[in-house]
Design a protein around this ligand. Structure first.
Ligand code: NDP
Ligand code: ZN
Length: 182
């Protein structure tokens, strides 16, 4: 199977799995838009050509947010892709505060691929906080979220300079766009 077919199959798989899920913005955007955005940041801004990483980007929230299992991802897309997705999947049985703390603690020990995926995910979420924020979030909550992403990304730096820079530009522009200081 050629790499384009694998990528297209991953997009179709994710679109089906996330079909009933929406983002938290006012317009309740289709969830698949976020997955495509994360893979696009890796490919376009990070110049990533690593197929397994791009597939993992498309699939990165499938286990965390839908009924999908790691075994299913491995069956369709292989061990490597399933392994990357496992690295970026939070344990949803833990409380949100604990999950957030663990992301900061685990980031420096993640693989190079998982680190890049985590940065791309945070770039997209920070851009969403600026342009399509979750409905009902106060400025203070947005500010806290931005500070937290900076702590996670601090542990992911040094693998892909282009992504590090893209994150910095995104987060540095945020305070002015939101009218806050961070
Ligand atoms: P999160 O803070 O985890 O929500 C952000 C996550 O939602 C993102 O990481 C992203 O994850 C996803 N997401 C979906 N849509 C959007 C969007 N439009 N923009 C940005 N991100 C989006 O939410 P929780 O509801 O789990 O909040 C829990 C945390 O927030 C706790 O730590 C709690 O203490 C704190 N909290 C703070 C409040 C405050 O006012 N300061 C009030 C209430 C809670 P992904 O890419 O994985 O989908
Ligand atoms: Zn995500």
């Amino acid at each position: 199977m050629n790499k384009h077919v694998r990528l297209l199959r991953a997009i179709a798989f994710a679109a089906e799995k996330h079909k009933d899920q929406r983002r938290k913005d006012v317009k309740a955007s289709p969830y698949i838009n976020h997955l495509i955005a994360v893979a696009t940041v890796l490919a376009e801004e990070g110049k990533v050509t690593d197929e397994e990483l791009l597939l993992a980007a498309i699939l990165h929230d499938a286990v965390e947010d839908t009924e999908t299992s790691f075994a299913e991802i491995e069956e369709h897309f292989g061990k490597t892709v399933a392994g990357i997705v496992r690295e970026v999947t939070d344990d949803k049985t833990l409380k949100s505060e604990v999950r957030k703390r663990l992301q900061v603690e685990h980031a420096p020990h993640a693989s190079s691929r998982a680190k890049q995926l985590k940065i791309a995910d945070k770039i997209c979420n920070v851009r969403d906080i600026i342009h399509n924020p979750p409905s009902g979030w106060s400025l203070e909550r947005k500010q806290e979220y931005l500070l937290w992403t900076r702590r996670v990304v601090a542990g992911c730096r040094g693998v892909n300079e282009l992504l590090d820079k893209a994150f910095d530009e995104t987060i540095d522009a945020a305070p002015k766009q939101l009218g806050v200081t961070i």
